[in-house]
Design a protein around this ligand. Structure first.
Ligand code: CO
Length: 311
């Protein structure tokens, strides 16, 4: 099974038409600003070995924004909220993105890959056919705070069993750009003539950490046909032509168009994330995301029998 030819054709056309465009809200004659189609509150929950978190995507209210399957936020000054972490667990069939704003996450996998993700850093991990790893949030010396995110990005059927790949990026490798009034950390995608450091991802994602100052504006071109959402992580933003107010802890799903735009009265910080939708059936069970129940059963069987991870 592959991506339907019609869907691929549509994506190519939209990418070509978006190429080289830079729209500001005042100058965008051909830009169509995306309206907010849905606002959902993130929900308090716990996962791993008892990590307290807020789940913005992957809930009953918002099960996914294709290809995004899950978005969790961990934000606490109390180590007992996060220190139990995410001990050894498997993944197959998708990608996990860990973005650390404060504190750190130590990761280690069963093939001996390990690393320390410090404040401002990103890990984009393509789990592909299988990894078994642990992710343990921790704080920096002399502090107790942790603030971080995990985003799950689906893979199309043709890529679910690829070899695992890590892109670990220290804080200094995340691009900094200014878009209208906003200062932006660009993890993936292109903005202001700069390309983000994460590359070679099949769904062509954009991931921006956007700080809008008081009375400031922000605008960013996104390919037509890509799905997009904004998760407000500080303050409140007015998003889209109807100026829908989206507050801290709320995720706004954006409708069709070629431009994501926002403004803020008192200042706001938000993650803006977009990618090409996959449009395939999704079968998910815990740490596995496949196309069919049969493939899920196989993943659990491979994990039980030690065949999930191959050199
Ligand atoms: Co994991």
């Amino acid at each position: 099974m592959g991506v339907p030819a019609a869907a691929l054709g549509g994506c190519k056309m939209s990418e070509a038409s978006a190429e080289g465009e830079e729209h500001g809200p005042a100058t965008g004659t051909s830009a169509r600003e995306r309206e907010v189609s849905l606002v959902v509150d993130a929900q308090a929950t716990a996962d791993g070995a008892g990590v307290k978190l807020r789940r913005a995507i992957g809930t009953r209210a918002l099960s996914m924004v294709d290809p995004f399957l899950l978005l969790d936020e961990m934000h606490s000054d109390r180590p007992e909220d996060y220190a139990a972490g995410f001990p050894t667990h498997p993944h197959r069939g998708f990608e996990t993105v860990t973005y650390v704003l404060d504190g750190a996450v130590d990761h280690r996998d069963s093939l001996g890959n390990h690393g320390h993700l410090g404040s401002g850093s990103v890990q984009w991990m393509t789990a592909g056919r299988g990894i078994v790893h642990s992710e343990m949030p921790t704080h920096e010396d002399g502090k107790t705070s942790l603030w971080g995110f995990q985003l799950w990005v689906n893979l199309p059927a043709s890529q679910k069993m690829v070899k695992p790949r890590y892109q670990d990026l220290a804080a200094g490798r995340v691009s900094e750009v200014t878009l209208v009034d906003a200062s932006v950390r660009l993890v993936a995608g292109e903005a202001g003539g700069v390309r983000g450091p994460v590359t070679g991802i099949v769904t062509a994602p954009a991931m921006l950490d956007v700080k809008i100052p008081k009375k400031g504006r922000f605008a960013h071109a996104l390919p037509e046909g890509h799905n997009a959402f904004a998760y407000v992580i500080g303050g409140a933003a007015e998003i889209g032509p109807s100026r829908t107010l989206v507050r801290e802890g709320q995720v706004a799903v954006l409708g069709p168009g070629t431009l994501a735009a926002a403004r803020s009265t008192d200042g706001a910080r938000m993650l803006l994330v977009a990618a090409r939708p996959i449009g395939e059936p999704v079968a998910r069970s815990g740490p596995f995301v496949m196309n069919t129940d049969e493939e899920l059963k196989q993943a659990w069987e491979d994990y039980r029998t030690g065949r999930l991870v191959q050199d």
